[in-house]
Write a protein of this length. Structure first.
Length: 221
């Protein structure tokens, strides 16, 4: 019998690669994709992707999504309280684990595992310590398609916002930038790939600089 599991979901490439690993393992049934959405902007927190595109994405994946609604620039207390309430609800329905797309940041993993232990749940990290250059290459060669939605202006030029993640993109990245953006250099939205029923049609909108980040607006097409 497959174990029910939640999937921490940003809509980006690491989430998609982790989801593919979870599905291919045959050990789990994804009960829901768990994401956070800004109440003020109706967008995925941090990545800035419109809820309408998130809905199209999960429809193409054929999986339910559970959105935790947060205020703009939420405090850590708000985030932890709402996350805890949500996780307890799933645990009471028999879900005891949640999968993450984390790659190598030890402090982030330790934080997640500590919070999960408080609600008697465990974390699953299917991509943990995978070589990020190899993983980025595998992402492209597997047929996934993604666009950069958010760029940290302190780490990467704003011209990378709105670019397709392909081999030209990887070649253009400065040497100090992780190929998967694991240090927060950039975030992405995946609109096609082997785990999707059909491509999510979108258009590239304008790029704006807000709070030190370049956000490229993606529009449903």
């Amino acid at each position: 019998m497959q174990e029910p599991i939640l999937m921490s979901w940003s809509g980006g490439k690491d989430s998609c690669m982790a989801l593919r690993e979870i599905q291919n393992s045959g050990s789990y049934r994804v009960a829901a994709l768990l994401t956070t959405v800004s109440v003020d902007y109706d967008r995925i927190c941090m990545h800035g992707v419109r809820r309408a595109l998130l809905d199209r994405q999960v429809e193409s994946l054929g999986l339910p999504v559970h959105a935790i609604h947060l205020t703009n620039d939420p405090s850590n207390d708000e985030y932890e309280a709402k996350m805890r309430e949500t996780l307890i609800g799933y645990r009471e329905r028999g879900v005891k684990a949640i999968a993450f797309g984390d790659l190598f940041l030890e402090d982030i993993r330790q934080y997640r595992e500590l919070r999960l232990a408080e609600v008697e749940m465990t974390g699953v990290f299917p991509l943990w310590q995978r070589d990020t250059a190899a993983l980025a290459k595998e992402f492209i060669e597997s047929g996934f398609k993604a666009v950069v939605t958010c760029v940290d202006s302190k780490k990467l030029d704003g011209s990378f916002a709105g670019r397709l993640i392909d081999f030209d993109f990887l070649s253009a990245l400065p040497s100090w930038v992780d190929p998967c953006g694991e240090n927060g250099e950039f975030h992405s939205f995946v609109f096609a790939g082997p785990i999707f029923k059909e491509e999510v049609n979108l258009k590239i909108g304008e790029t704006v600089l807000r709070d030190g980040f370049y956000f490229c607006d993606l529009l449903p097409d």
